[in-house]
Design a protein around this ligand. Structure first.
Ligand code: S3P
Length: 448
C-alpha cells in the first residue's frame, strides 16, 4: 500500500501525435487558500472550480476539524461557512494533512495565534519534510511547537494565547512560509510584516485583500515588504479557482516532445509569480502561442496552443526565476532530455525538500532512461539527446511524489522504449484526472 491507497505502477509508451483540448483542474495553491480563508471569514464563502485532489480534500477535512462547515455541492462546487479570525475551535483529534506541505504549513499558521493545541501528521513523504521554517517564525508570535528531531511531523503546536505581531525576513524563498506568517498575523494585534528577497507566488496576498484584509506590498532595497493589519473581519467571498499552471505543465510539455502534437490548454495562469516554466520553454524554442489573454478568478490567464517542437535547445535557466517555476523543474528536465545541448538549472536546492528530493529523483530516473545528468546540492544539469533520442526502457521510482510520477510518464510518451513508474497513485494528490485527460489527447498510458 502506498500512502494514497494501493500502489499503482504505470507505463507510458511512445505514441502518435497528441491532439485536442486539455482542460486541467483547479489550481492547488488557490484551492487550499480558498478553503482556509473561507474558514476564517464570517459567513458563507462559495467556491467553484475547486481542485478535488487528495491534498485539498485533506485541507477541507482539517477546516471541519477546526469548526468550519465545509460542504460539497457538486463537481468543484463547495461552500465554507467560516468561524471568523480567532474563531477556530480546538480539534478533537490529530490533523492528518496527507502528502501536503502547503496544507500543513498554512494550517499551522492559521491556528498558531489562537489559544489551542493541535497535533499534525502526514504520510511518509510529509513526515520527512522540515517544519522548522514555519515553526521558527510562529514562535515569534508566541506559539510553541514540539515535533520530532529536525522539526519533523508528527508535531504539536500550542497556539499563542496572547500573540504579538511579527516582522520577519524569510530566509528561504517560500510562499508557504510567507503565507503561514500572514495567516498567523491575522489574529495578532497590530501590523505583521513579512519581507521576501525574491517574490514567491502571491495568491495569499491577492486573496487576503479580496477577503477584506488591509494588506500592502512595497518593493524596497530589502525586497518585497508585505504589511498586514491584524484582527480584520474577513468577509466571505465567491472564489472562482482558475486552472493550475503547474498541472497544465504536463500536457504542455508532452505536446512539445511528442512528434506531430498540436493541443490547446485553456485558461493557464500568466501570473508572473507562477509562469517561469512557460518563459523557459519559449526560450528553448518551444512553440507556444498565448491566445485570448484575460482575467479569470482574479488571475491573468491565456489559452495555450502548443505544438511539437523538434528543434528545442538547452539553456541556462536564470536562478532568480526559480520561485516562479519551483514545481516545474522535474518536467522541465524531461523536456531538456529531449532537447539538444545542456540545460543548466542552478539555485534549485529547495527541490531537495519537496514531496521528494526532486533533484535526486529526476537524476536517478533520467540516468536509468539513458540520459546524462550532473548534479550538486543546488544544481541539476541535463544533457539533451534531441527529439526522439531518449532511450527510455526503465522503471523510475516516484518516492510518493506526484510530479515525479507525471514527469516520467510524459518522458515515456516520447522515449524510444517504454518508461514505467513504480507508483502512479500519488498523482491523485494534485491531478486526479491526469491519466484519462492524457489518454483523451492520444497518450498511451497503461496500468501495469
Ligand atoms: C506552494 C508553494 C511552494 C510550492 C507548493 C505550493 C503554495 O512551496 O512548491 O507546491 O501553495 O504556497 P514553497 O513555498 O515551500 O516553495
Amino acid at each position: 500500500m502506498s500512502a494514497h491507497g494501493t500502489v499503482q505502477p504505470m507505463t507510458a509508451r511512445r505514441c502518435g501525435p497528441l491532439r485536442g483540448r486539455a482542460e486541467v483542474p483547479g489550481d492547488k495553491s488557490i484551492s487550499h487558500r480558498a478553503l482556509i480563508f473561507g474558514a476564517m471569514a464570517v459567513g458563507e464563502t462559495r467556491i467553484t472550480g475547486l481542485l478535488e485532489g487528495q491534498d485539498v480534500l485533506d485541507t477541507a477535512r482539517a477546516m471541519r476539524a477546526f469548526g468550519a462547515e465545509v460542504t460539497r455541492h457538486g463537481e468543484g462546487a463547495w461552500s465554507v461557512h467560516g468561524v471568523g479570525v480567532g474563531g477556530f475551535s480546538e480539534p478533537a483529534d490529530v490533523i492528518d494533512c496527507g502528502n501536503s506541505g502547503t496544507g500543513v504549513r498554512l494550517i499551522m499558521g492559521c491556528m498558531a495565534t489562537t489559544a489551542m493545541t493541535a497535533t499534525f501528521t502526514g504520510d511518509a513523504s510529509l513526515r520527512k519534510r522540515p517544519m522548522g521554517r514555519v515553526t521558527d517564525p510562529l514562535a515569534l508570535f508566541g506559539a510553541q511547537a514540539y515535533g520530532r528531531a529536525g522539526g519533523r511531523l508528527p508535531m504539536t503546536v500550542v497556539g499563542a494565547a496572547d500573540p504579538v505581531p511579527v516582522r520577519y525576513a524569510t530566509p528561504v524563498a517560500s510562499a508557504q512560509v510567507k503565507s503561514a506568517i500572514l495567516l498567523a498575523g491575522l489574529n495578532a494585534p497590530g501590523q505583521t510584516v513579512v519581507i521576501e528577497r525574491e517574490p514567491t507566488r502571491d495568491h495569499s496576498e491577492r486573496m487576503l485583500r479580496g477577503f477584506g484584509a488591509e494588506l500592502s506590498v512595497e518593493k524596497t532595497a530589502e525586497g518585497h515588504v508585505i504589511t498586514l493589519t491584524g484582527r480584520p473581519e474577513l468577509r466571505p467571498q465567491s472564489v472562482a479557482v482558475p486552472r493550475d499552471p503547474s498541472s497544465a505543465a504536463f500536457p504542455v510539455c508532452a505536446a512539445l516532445i511528442v512528434e506531430g502534437s498540436d493541443i490547446l490548454v485553456p485558461g493557464v495562469s500568466q501570473n508572473l509569480t507562477r509562469n517561469g516554466l512557460y518563459l523557459t520553454l519559449v526560450e528553448m524554442g518551444g512553440q507556444i502561442d498565448f491566445l485570448n489573454p484575460r482575467e479569470e478568478g482574479g488571475e491573468p490567464v491565456a489559452d495555450l496552443r502548443v505544438r511539437f517542437s523538434g528543434e528545442m535547445v538547452g539553456i541556462e535557466v536564470p536562478p532568480e526565476r526559480a520561485p516562479s517555476m519551483i514545481d516545474e523543474y522535474p518536467v522541465l528536465s524531461v523536456v531538456a532530455a529531449c532537447a539538444t545541448g545542456r540545460t543548466v538549472m542552478r539555485g534549485v536546492r529547495e527541490l531537495r525538500v519537496k514531496e521528494s528530493d526532486r533533484i535526486d529523483a529526476m537524476a536517478r530516473g533520467l540516468e536509468a532512461c539513458g540520459v546524462r545528468v550532473e548534479e550538486d546540492e543546488d544544481t541539476l544539469i541535463v544533457h539533451g539527446m534531441g527529439a526522439g533520442g531518449v532511450p527510455g526502457g526503465a522503471t523510475c521510482r516516484t518516492h510518493l511524489d506526484h510530479r515525479i510520477a507525471m514527469s516520467f510518464l510524459v518522458l515515456g510518451l516520447a522515449a524510444k522504449a517504454p518508461v514505467s513508474v513504480d507508483d502512479a497513485s500519488p498523482i491523485a494528490t494534485s491531478f486526479p484526472v491526469f491519466a484519462p485527460l492524457m489518454a483523451g489527447l492520444g497518450a498511451d498510458l497503461s496500468q501495469v
